[in-house]
Design a protein. Structure first.
Length: 1038
């Protein structure tokens, strides 16, 4: 690919420091010897790969569990055991060494590469010479020499003298600069305040001596400008003015920074970091910061104007009157700028704007701080990038490569004009200014500036990479949005344009695409890169200057293949490395093109009329949140994933589900037979039922609940009136009760799910020729809410029911049985009130069952003595007494012949013609030999399923269904990617959400436990709008 865009492959030595321009021959020889010895050593250690695996566990367990989890999910969790020059090594799953080329460069900290021989020799020589590390409260001579060297460099650039203080890290250098700038500003203001105080009391003396008097302007201005009122004497007024000025002196400090800035993550530095994700939780901890857009001069001028404050000062005019004047100052302690924003996406601040910033800083005496922590030390092709812009700073910050990739050191160099000497005494750091770090830093400065060859390498190699990346951008303009940078600080920004690939769209939407590309390049091409921290769409390229031409060719080839993959919308090819299917080291296969096959909008097209679609902004919006039924359905969500086998998809989903989270919403206009419409918006959660159930069974629901809450919050922000939860999303949230939704209605969809499940049972009975009025029904898990509602409703159709539960559920089963009897009795009471129970028992039995008004369990109890007595005297019995006594009384009268039985033995299902099972067990509980001879109908609504797969294989006389699907009345083409349904069909829980929208319901519906009245009411809604049973479900679903 590279050759086709003008890159010429040339022979090059494969070595970390093979370029004699940067080290002596003896150093190269030493490096090669060292490399051979390390190789021998690693061969001997190949049996110890488990140590590296153990170290992954230790890091995830005892250091950064969330980061470790994320790195693992995208294949970036390698343990590097050796590094030299531009290369790093890790061990793969079988313990083999894998060499990678480092184009990440320690986030800019490794401009010299890893373990540069000259810098290593400086470090080891220092240790051999026993140079002290901890020599606090002494003259740190090497720190002085480093300061002198830096002063020479900065004086050459600016013509000014600089003092240098040391710290340990870049963020600490920012903290140091913040502290000093605020102390400097406070010192200036205190001097001004002290002068004002003296002037105030001189005025007071003059007033008291009668030499002047307060004017009307004084009184009015004092009230209007300061809100100082009700002062009695001039002395009182002067005291209040002093307090007013003192409050201004104590105002919270304020800094200026640029949008997109990244200056660190410590409590002070993070205030200057633009990314809200990093900054928002800690806003109350530090200085106020005003962020301005780079390039917007007017905004900068306005920001400075808005920071203006004024001390109040009385003065005596020529008429011996005391009038009020103002002394203005800018409440800005410093202006922080990265001349190249690194973590902000490798954004170069325009030269003209930097010059304008310098002018404004001079005009208002604001220290201008250049954070060259990442762009400095030659990475841009000059010692400082700001040199190329021709703008000087009052503070310069260096770190990262200043330590040569070996020492932790940072420096803040202050223009002497802005330095406050007493700061020496109030700021210190235990580990700063150590001789060893200073020696390494001085050697690093010598190395990068030696004969300009290091800087030249940065420019030449950077120009080559930039040229080839821009060629790639011309070839793939829809994939690559921008290529920018200078020297070896380069950014490659991917386009956010939506594609036909759901998976790629989600990676873009969730700002994960560049991270996955980094994982792909590492695992497939042996090239190490990473995104910028605050601009996730940008891939940073920051190699050491010792990287070879062929290394750069490998990088460009890898990126060319990434571009082809993205253009062809092949998520499989991009992510197969995640489960170890990478092609590195073997002949690569052509990339299958899915751009045409799946080239449809991310939001599925409306299936309603154009007129309806045009009204979509004005109709009720309902949202439905659901997950994959099984991992294999990923192929329906993104067609390119058909490259995986089903077992591979299971493994794949286990790795990536935490990376994806809830997907973007897709809108569908659903139309009723009444002509009414609702906007259904689907939010898919890229996880399957099995994984959610693992979290549930492991009592680890918090992650899943947080993800669902995130989806709910998004739905609310997008204008949802009703939010439905499908499948396990309702189960793990306690049927919606654990969610916060404000005034927005929630539903689990359980009411219509039960209703359509019953319709499915009735349909299966008709198909099998089974008569409900002659059947026995067994309910497994009957103590649970859903199963008990099934039992209550089906009891209105069948004569016998067996309620089955666990051993500790007997009292709850009795409660359900009591409810069934109560409902049957209430039915009889209703018929009696209509004078439809006047016949004698003999007449009723002689009548056709089809003509009899009495159905279900009521037929079995109507003639019992207890029921006849209750019917005769029912006005004398309240519901409570019936609830408490009916089960016991009927069982006492009928014994084993009672129509409603309870059991804690699963084997009781042998009597059932119809079996509904809803246990809460992790493994199947129903097997072929447990089912009634001659067959039965089983409705298995348990998740995971209760019926063992062997039942279907070995018992052809048994029909196993999972409930009923819903046919939409006016949307024959309706479908959602990832949901395995025929066009025009949907799950009942989703249909309930739509129906609630059509009916204008604004309160929670199937929220927590449901009852049979809700089920019946929902079935009426379905009939009203033409939602019908589509077909029986025979596979796992919602």
């Amino acid at each position: 690919m590279v050759e086709s865009i003008g890159v010429k492959k040339v022979a090059a030595k494969d070595g970390s420091y093979s370029n004699s321009d940067f080290s002596s021959d003896s150093e190269n020889e030493s490096a090669r010897d060292c490399s051979l010895k390390q190789d021998d050593s690693m061969d001997r250690c190949s049996d110890n790969y488990s140590k590296y695996s153990d170290s992954k566990y230790s890091y995830s367990k005892y250091c950064k569990p969330k980061l470790a989890e994320t790195l693992h999910s995208i294949g970036l969790d390698q343990v590097y055991f050796r590094a030299q020059g531009a290369y790093m090594w890790y061990r793969d799953a079988v313990g083999e060494e894998v060499k990678v080329t480092d184009f990440l460069g320690g986030y800019g900290a490794a401009i010299f590469g890893h373990n540069h021989p000259h810098l290593v020799s400086v470090l080891t020589q220092a240790y051999q010479n026993e140079v002290p590390f901890a020599a606090q409260l002494s003259t740190r001579s090497k720190a002085g020499l480093l300061g002198e060297k830096l002063n020479q460099l900065y004086r050459k650039v600016s013509g000014e003298s600089y003092l240098t203080l040391q710290a340990n890290t870049g963020a600490e250098a920012i903290e140091l600069a913040i502290k000093h700038s605020e102390l400097f500003k406070l010192g200036q203001l205190e001097i001004q305040f002290a002068k004002l105080e003296r002037a105030l009391y001189r005025i007071l003396e003059n007033i008291e001596m009668g030499e002047c008097h307060t004017s009307k302007q004084f009184r009015e201005a004092l009230e209007n400008k300061t809100n100082i009122q009700n002062w009695q004497t001039p002395k009182d007024a002067i005291r209040k003015i002093s307090l007013y000025n003192r409050k201004l002196l104590a105002r919270k400090p304020c800094m200026l920074a640029l949008n997109g800035a990244f200056h660190g993550k410590t409590s002070g530095a993070v205030q200057l970091t633009y990314n809200e994700e990093y900054r928002a939780p800690f806003k109350q901890m530090g200085a106020d910061v005003c962020f301005v857009n780079a390039g917007d001069k007017d905004q900068l001028v306005n920001a400075i104007a808005n920071s203006m404050c004024s001390f109040i000062l009385p003065v005596i005019n020529s008429d011996k009157q005391v009038v009020l004047r103002e002394q203005s100052f800018v409440n800005l302690s410093a202006f922080f700028i990265e001349p190249i924003q690194g973590e902000g996406g490798i954004q170069i601040i325009p030269k003209e704007y930097l010059q304008f910033c310098r002018q404004q800083a001079d005009l208002h005496q604001i220290p201008l701080v250049f954070d060259e922590i990442q762009s400095g030390m030659g990475r841009s092709g000059t010692f400082l990038f700001s040199e190329q812009q021709g703008v000087v700073a009052d503070y310069y910050l260096l770190s990262k490569s200043l330590g040569g990739g070996l020492a932790k050191i940072s420096t803040v160099s202050f223009n002497e004009k802005f330095y406050l000497p007493e700061f020496d005494l109030i700021h210190s750091s235990t580990f700063a200014e150590d001789d060893i770090s200073s020696m390494v830093a001085m050697a690093a400065l010598d190395l990068i500036l030696k004969d300009d060859k290091g800087l030249s390498a940065c420019r030449t190699t950077g120009d080559f990479i930039l040229t080839e990346l821009k060629n790639l951008q011309r070839l793939y303009p829809q994939v690559l949005k921008d290529v920018r940078g200078v020297g070896l600080m380069i950014g490659l920004e991917f386009s956010a344009t939506k594609t036909g690939s759901n998976g790629i769209n989600e990676l873009i939407r969730q700002d994960n695409l560049a991270y996955v590309v980094a994982g792909y390049l590492l695992n497939e091409h042996g090239v190490r890169v990473a995104p910028t921290l605050s601009h996730g769409a940008t891939l940073r390229i920051e190699p050491p200057f010792v990287v070879t031409h062929l290394d750069c060719v490998d990088l460009i080839n890898g990126l060319a293949r990434v571009c082809e993959i993205l253009q062809k919308q092949n998520l499989f090819e991009l992510t197969k490395y995640i489960i170890g299917l990478e092609d590195r080291g073997i002949l690569r296969q052509p990339i299958k093109d899915y751009a045409v096959a799946v080239s449809i909008p991310v939001t599925a097209p409306n299936t309603a009329s154009d007129a309806v679609a045009n009204k979509s902004q004005h109709i009720i919006k309902v949202y439905f949140i659901a997950h994959l039924v099984r991992a294999a359905d990923l192929k329906l969500w993104d067609k390119s994933l058909e490259g995986f086998s089903d077992p591979e998809l299971t493994q794949y989903l286990e790795k990536v589900y935490k990376m994806f989270g809830p997907s973007g919403s897709s809108e569908h206009i659903i139309e009723s037979i009444t002509g009414e419409t609702v906007s259904l918006n689907f939010i898919g959660y890229i996880i399957d039922a099995r994984l959610i159930d693992q979290h549930r069974m492991n009592r680890d629901r918090s992650f899943i609940q947080d993800q669902i809450q995130e989806a709910v919050d998004r739905a609310i922000s997008e204008g949802a009136s009703i939010i439905g939860l499908g499948g396990y999303t309702s189960i793990v949230t306690n049927n919606c009760r654990n969610l916060l939704a404000g005034s927005v209605a929630l539903t689990s969809g359980n009411s219509l799910t039960v209703g359509m499940g019953l319709e499915g049972i009735y349909q299966a009975c008709r198909e099998k020729g089974l008569k409900l009025e002659e059947s026995t029904v067994a309910i497994v898990g009957a103590a649970g809410n859903i199963a008990s509602v099934y039992a209550e409703i089906i009891a209105e159709q069948v004569p016998r029911i067996i309620l089955i539960g666990r051993g500790n559920s007997e009292q709850r089963l009795i409660k359900v049985a009591n409810t069934i009897y109560k409902n049957a009795f209430a039915e009889l009471v209703g018929l009696q009130s209509q004078n439809r129970l006047t016949e004698s028992p003999l007449v009723r039995h002689a009548s056709s069952e089809r003509q009899s008004p009495i159905k279900g369990i009521a037929t079995q109890i109507v003639d019992l003595n207890v029921i006849q007595t209750l019917l005769k005297y029912q006005r004398e019995f309240n519901d409570r007494s019936i609830d408490l006594n009916l089960y016991d009384q009927i069982s006492g009268e009928l014994g084993e012949d009672a129509p409603v039985k309870i059991s804690v033995e699963i084997e009781s299902i042998i009597e059932a013609d119809i079996l509904l099972t809803a246990s809460n067990t992790a493994e199947p509980v129903i097997f072929p030999n447990m089912i009634k001879p001659g067959g039965a109908i089983i409705c298995d609504i348990a998740l995971p399923r209760d019926v063992d797969p062997s039942v279907v294989r070995e018992r052809p006389d048994v029909s196993v269904i999972k409930g009923g699907l819903v046919q939409l009345p006016s949307n024959p083409d309706f479908s959602i990617k990832g949901i395995p349904l025929e066009p025009g069909q949907t799950y009942a829980c989703m249909a309930e959400t739509v129906l609630l929208g059509l009916m204008g319901v604004t309160n929670h519906y199937s929220f927590g436990s449901i009852d049979k009245n809700q089920v019946k009411e929902m079935m009426v809604m379905a009939e009203t709008h033409g939602f019908k049973l589509a077909q029986l479900m025979t596979e796992d679903s919602y």
